[in-house]
Design a protein around this ligand. Structure first.
Ligand code: SAM
Length: 274
């Protein structure tokens, strides 16, 4: 496939992708589209981007839609990404819930990729409970649009390369067991996490209410309109005074006034005002 498309076919693909998963493709991303889709199109005998869009719009294209979305999304993640969200979770959020004698806490890892984020949350919970006998019980719901990445996440198995990104030697020792040439997150850490398929553009009603939402490094790919819509629906999915944790380069200032910014000692988190 060529790395340069005619403006009409490129536009139709941009429209498809944004409608399907929220991702806004810039005008200059022809090379990205080509490199991510060449193999899939070759395997499916699809000759051009125009033909691909036509197929995607025809009935019975669900499997192809999923494959295209999976090819176009970025799954980059690591353990304890940016460190501070997990310190804030432990030092500010869980500490506050414990002081309030809250017995159950629900945390949503929205767009969880291969599982490093929800399992990092589960490890923090484990460490917090070891240090605090009356710590609340924590349940973690982890969602992503990609079935393939969710299957990886659910297995809890990682190769040495993935393991090397963000884990201390102590956490590797404490929370993983070797399985062949991979390492698997221990059952007690996995047990706290439930994985579910979920598109952030669709309803969150089936997930229930949360005390904390981690929505990190996904809204950066979306339009201002989608960000506004997602953040306002997340506000409704939070319990009163619940917390929202965004990615290090993300802010909600222009998108919602339902939250106040809380400056914890190690970083920023947003809190529902009411
Ligand atoms: C860059 S990863 C971020 C992973 C993790 N939150 C982190 O910060 O390390 C982005 C994830 O968002 C998922 N994603 C993209 N569009 C989505 C959508 N519309 N709904 C749910 N997940 C989506 C992708 O499949 C990918 O796994």
């Amino acid at each position: 496939m060529t790395a340069s498309f005619n403006p009409d076919e490129y536009k139709s693909f941009q429209v498809f992708l944004e409608k399907a998963c929220g991702i806004v493709l810039g005008e200059n991303k022809h090379y990205l589209v080509s490199s991510r889709l060449t193999r899939l199109m070759r395997d499916q005998h699809i000759a051009s981007l125009q033909d691909l869009v036509k197929k995607l719009e025809s009935p019975g294209s669900q499997k192809l839609r999923i494959q295209v979305i999976e090819a176009m999304t970025t799954n980059e993640t690591l353990w304890f990404r940016d460190t501070y969200p997990f310190e804030v979770l432990s030092q500010t959020i869980l500490t506050e819930f414990k002081n309030e004698k809250k017995s159950n806490v629900r945390i949503w890892s929205a767009a969880c990729s291969s599982g490093q984020e929800p399992y990092s949350i589960s490890m923090i919970t484990d460490e917090f409970s070891q240090q605090n006998p009356f710590a609340p019980k924590v349940e973690i719901v982890a969602t992503d649009i990609s079935q393939a990445i969710l299957a990886e996440a659910q297995s809890g198995k990682y190769d040495a390369l993935a393991l090397a990104r963000g884990l201390s030697e102590e956490r590797k020792r404490r929370y993983f067991s070797s399985i062949g040439n991979q390492s698997q997150v221990n059952a007690n850490i996995r047990a706290r996490v439930t994985f579910r398929e979920g598109n952030l553009l669709q309803s969150y009603a089936a997930l229930g209410r949360f005390d904390v939402i981690f929505c990190r490094n996904v809204l950066i790919y979306f339009s201002a309109e989608s960000k506004k819509d997602i953040i306002s629906r997340m506000a409704k999915a939070l319990n009163p005074r619940g917390y929202l944790m965004l990615g290090a380069s993300e802010s909600i200032a222009q998108y919602s006034d339902a939250f106040e910014m809380v400056r914890a000692s190690t970083g920023v988190v947003y809190r529902l005002k009411h």
